[in-house]
Design a protein around this ligand. Structure first.
Ligand code: NAP
Length: 313
């Protein structure tokens, strides 16, 4: 049985990878601040920004492949603490890549659509990243650090949603779901667009990369770019929530009111044809993935995880 190491198992994507890969792989994961137990997997607390810890961990697990999902994903925190962002988004990427190379393990490093400034949209694997803030800047540096260690490693650019293990962490859809299910009003952006994939669907597609010798950058996301407002309307329709709770807003209003300090791409949509063509698969539509999100919720997906202590983020 192949061994896989998921760096960042306590995160949204890392957790989804652990659940998916544990079906057919011996699955190991790391966490940092949020001690968690995951059904069918073995996990350890590791600070991957520490080169020695990264080396020892990878040597101990000796995986065939590593999926690195570690990141500081809170954009506002990245603006407030750029050194922490550098440490988590760049140092952990470099250390994990070096440890993977020394151990002879394949590496899939997770990146983001936020490496693009969003002025144009529909970004392909060939487009040159352009930073729009500290998060974007450090994620670009992290990708470059990985490719500098070994240009053959995979970088996956994506945008995800799903059920977060750590309740304080939110994503586009969980934020909408939490508010509308409690009858709270939300203000959703009409002028920020992206195509987002359910973390669990991404995990399934990452298995194709794990089992493939293909190298380099791939965009993996769902079909159909939507604004946050359109996304909120789809979530309301799916669950039968009151649509009148969804107000409209613009990026400019959010910047002017200080709701957003970190700059966001206006159109962060990614083209996904390269992955579909090379791997002969059809990636899901956003509606399919929203329906799957609902199904996972009904199946009590989060019961796969047991947080060891109250979260601190
Ligand atoms: N969420 C999104 O909307 C989104 C969109 C596009 C791309 N992405 C990318 O997708 C990937 C996964 O994102 P996500 O939302 O799943 O992330 P997440 O939920 O915020 O989880 C981040 C993970 O990083 C771990 N971590 C933080 N500092 C660490 C350190 N020093 N050493 C080891 N681990 C550390 C965290 O551990 P603890 O929780 O235990 O501290 C956690 O497991 C990232 O590369 C992100 O940039 C995310």
């Amino acid at each position: 049985m192949k061994r896989i190491l998921v760096a960042g198992g306590s995160g949204l994507l890392g957790g989804a990878c652990c659940v998916h890969f544990s079906e057919n792989f011996e699955t190991f994961f790391s966490f940092h601040d949020h001690g968690v137990k995951i059904k069918g997997c073995n996990g350890w607390k590791v600070d991957l920004s520490n080169e020695r810890q990264a080396q020892k961990f990878v040597q101990k697990v000796n995986p065939d492949a590593i999926i690195n999902t570690v990141a500081l994903t809170n954009l506002e925190l990245c603006e407030e603490k750029p050194l922490l962002a550098e440490k988590v988004n760049v140092e952990t990427a470099r250390n994990t890549a070096i440890a993977a190379k020394d151990n002879g393990s394949k590496l899939i490093h997770i990146s983001t659509n936020y490496v693009f400034d969003g002025e144009r949209g529909n970004y392909s694997e060939e487009d040159t990243p352009k930073a729009a803030g500290v998060y974007s800047c450090t994620k670009i540096e992290g990708d470059e650090a990985v490719l500098a260690v070994k240009p053959e490693y995979n970088i996956v650019r994506t945008c995800i949603f799903g059920w977060n293990i750590v309740p304080e962490r939110k994503n586009s859809v969980s934020w909408i779901y939490d508010a509308l299910s409690r009858g709270q009003k939300i203000s959703a952006l009409t002028d920020q667009y992206m195509n987002i994939i359910l973390a669990n669907s991404l995990a399934e597609n990452l298995e194709l990369l794990v089992n493939s010798p293909k190298q380099g950058i791939y965009n993996i996301s769902a079909h159909g770019s939507l604004s946050k407002f359109e996304l909120a309307s789809r979530v309301a329709e799916l669950y039968g929530f009151d649509k009148s709770l969804i107000g409209k807003s613009t990026l400019k209003e959010f910047y002017d009111k200080g709701i957003f300090k970190a700059k966001r791409p206006r159109d962060g949509s990614l083209t996904i044809q390269k992955f579909e063509k090379e791997f002969k698969v059809k990636l899901p539509s956003m509606d399919e993935d929203l329906a799957k999100f609902r199904k996972l919720g009904e199946q009590n997906y989060l019961s796969n995880f047991k947080l060891a202590s109250p979260s601190r983020q």
